[in-house]
Write a protein that binds this ligand. Sequence first.
Ligand SMILES: Cc1ncc(COP(=O)(O)O)c(C=O)c1O
Length: 380
Amino acid sequence: MLPPRSRHADDARRPPRPTTLVVDLEAAAHNIRAVRQMVGPARKVFAVVKADGYGHGAAELGAIFVAHGADALAVADLGEGIRLRQRGITAPILVYPSSLPEAAPDALGHALIPTLVDLDGAHAYAEAATGPCDVFVKIDVGLERLGVPAEQAVKVIAAMLELPHLRLAGLCAHPHAPGGDDHAYAEWQLGRFTAVVDELQTRGIGVPIRLLAASPFVLRFPQTYLNAVDPGRMLYGITFAGETPPVPLRPTLRALTTRVIALKELAPRERFAELAPFPVTAPMRLGVIPMGSADGLAWLHAGRVLVRGRAVPIVGSPSLEHTRIDLTSAPDARVGDEVVIIGRQSDAEITVAEVAERHGLGLHHVATTVGPRVARVYTS
Ligand SMILES: Cc1ncc(COP(=O)(O)O)c(C=O)c1O
């Protein structure tokens, strides 16, 4: 089980600094069940918890995904895989390519499944292994990023498997998924992948796990499911235009909140008014919140926050650790009041979508932009 990290709603409502990202674990459980419903009981689901579970907390979200139907987890940072083991996660963990060959002993020492993309890496794992060593090989089918180019893959994989200890546990790919509904492009990438599988099988090399579809393909192209899928963002309830899951997904990011830690009344300056950090042309009730650009706030606010159910403007720019808010229109506000930066308060709401659009972020980059010092608080 996971060692406690003061991650439960009631404790963490009072973290030393009252700035929190509130994560809905029930939504996460719902979303992994929805994926299971879409792909059926027989296929393997690798739940992607890369980038610290898309900013929500890899261990906490990973534990929920495994408890509610994932067969394995996937990360793209060996260090993150190691941390998941240290947090007590025992499920299989696939590590997408992220390290140099010299890291092979670390990966094997923590029972992580490496993804190979070249012979140098294969040699390193063959040397580090003391017994059978399951590896995945990644094929590049169209993203032009990591992976053995599809047309060279059979030769490279055959050479890898001549090395001692290495066993092919699976092939994976991360296809290119521009928006839209281009079945032909999806089919072409799928075809490049299955051609490798077929040719390996002709040569007597079995491919136990065949993994290609991440969220855009799970959501749009069921013909690409093969016998395993590795969705990421959809598990956090993030979908884009044109993606309509049969079961609606639920956002796991419920709120980004803080509290008023100081209040004061400002009067217009009689001297140096033009040098003031922001214009004060009338009496102003100023509040300060303990979150700043060091926590990502410069890219996470909508220009206003919610206090006592009302929208109040942010004043000036966030500094590293603090941000000013104008509480003139909220004379009843007090030190300790909840301040919602993203989320709902009474009838008012600031959505993730609004914040993402304002700062040109992808929806799946909002939680990852929330700095690691912001306490993740889990509700269910
Ligand atoms: C190799 C790989 N598989 C799966 C995923 C999950 O992608 P998505 O969040 O679109 O589901 C990622 C994320 O970038 C990835 O790099």
